[in-house]
Write a protein that binds this ligand. Structure first.
Ligand code: ZN
Length: 390
């Protein structure tokens, strides 16, 4: 069934003004300035009446199997049902394993990615987890990336964290070079997605890796860089050297030495660092443990995919131009992950999009040409979800 979306205020993510779109076969077939160019009697027509239409959010870091496990077996977070993503406007997601890459492995992660694909989402994953040597399915990082379709990189490999393997420079370089070469062979991202902990060493290992090796800076992709203010300054400097840095949309308490995601993005964009080298992710399904100095966990929250659309709402409420902040949620993410048909609204791309209402909140979500949310009401439910779960 063809769908015609008329009178959209299109952010592609740049502001293109009023445009009309034709959608079919899960793709955007055409984007036109005049509606009559798309005349088709067989299309289902939705008039957006000038409301803002933006690309679906790409969440480059979510624990789709459920993360956690840092406070006994009962603290293993359950897998995230598809509605946690779709109702939050996340149309594509990259799954990762975290601290617990022992009771969870690449097989489970791949199975969950396949499940999300069956539910209609765009879904990929990284092989490995926090530790060295990285957990894999085939026995090697390189083979996992080259031969397993959904695997696009390795991570989240932990550095500057008491839960990490305390990797050496040589270990990091070996893993990063495997990812880089595999990415070239398979036409994939080929990045090492690096979990940054609270440790004082910050991004020192990455700076040394760049200084000592021939690997391009883009291969090193640090996340959680807003968790300490000094770490964030280091990250902006690395972005100038060619790394893409990832801000996590986790909750930040008053007085905490961290930047909330909306503040971090504004600081980044105001710093003069390259605008295309910053992304946001949710850490959805991951645990957000708070430790004392002895590494004893004090309490635990879990990350939510909806933190991304909430962050976008805060930025817009604060008066930031949508066209300026949107790339960090969409096209920048597709760029570093080499997801060639995502993150932009133009002919040939996946028909993944969100309609925003006048209050800067999500009202509609389309994924691969199918409405998952219409007028704020959920339209599709996953295998183990029920309409009352809305
Ligand atoms: Zn992490």
């Amino acid at each position: 069934m063809l769908k015609r979306l008329t009178n959209a205020r299109l952010f592609a993510p740049e502001d293109l003004g009023i445009r009309h779109l034709l959608v079919g076969g899960g793709r955007i077939l055409a984007v036109c300035e005049r509606d009559d160019e798309l005349a088709s009697s067989v299309a289902d027509v939705v008039d957006l009446e000038g409301r803002r239409l933006i690309p679906g959010i790409i969440d480059g870091h979510a624990h789709v199997t459920g993360g956690g496990g840092e406070a006994g077996f009962k603290s293993r977070v359950p897998p995230l049902p598809p509605g946690r993503f779709t109702t939050a406007g996340v149309t594509s997601v990259v799954g990762v394993l975290g601290t617990d890459d022992t009771t969870r492995d690449t097989r489970q992660l791949l199975a969950q990615v396949r499940a999300l694909r069956e539910e209609g989402l765009g879904a990929w994953c990284h092989t490995g987890g926090y530790h060295v040597p990285p957990v894999t399915l085939t026995g090697s990082v390189r083979d996992d990336i080259v031969f397993l379709d959904p695997v696009i990189g390795v991570g989240e490999l932990a550095i500057s964290d008491h839960r990490s393997s305390q990797p050496t420079l040589e270990e990091l370089l070996r893993i990063a070079s495997d990812a880089h070469v595999a990415g070239m062979i398979a036409g994939k991202a080929g990045i090492v997605h690096l979990h940054l902990g609270d440790g004082d060493h910050g991004l020192d290992l990455v700076r040394r890796a760049l200084a000592k090796s021939e690997l391009p800076a883009r291969v090193f992709n640090p996340t959680h860089v807003n968790r300490r203010k000094a770490l964030f300054d280091e990250a902006m400097e690395l972005a100038r050297q060619g790394c893409t840095v990832d801000i996590t949309a986790f909750p930040v308490a008053d007085g905490e030495d961290a930047w909330p995601a909306d503040v971090a993005l504004q600081k980044y964009l105001g710093s003069g660092a390259p605008e295309n080298r910053v992304t946001l992710s949710s850490d959805g399904g991951g645990c957000l443990p708070v430790f004392d100095e002895q590494g004893q966990m004090l309490h635990m929250d879990t990350g939510r995919p909806s933190s991304l659309i909430e962050t976008l709402g805060k930025l817009l409420d604060g008066g930031l131009p949508l066209g300026q902040v949107l790339p960090a949620f969409t096209s920048n993410v597709a760029g570093i992950l080499r997801l060639k048909d995502r993150g932009r609204l133009q002919a040939g791309m996946a028909a993944d999009m969100i309609v925003l209402d006048d209050a800067n909140r999500l009202s509609d979500v389309m994924i691969a040409g199918t409405w998952h949310v219409r007028h704020g009401i959920r339209q599709r439910f996953g295998q183990f979800e029920r309409p009352r779960d809305r």
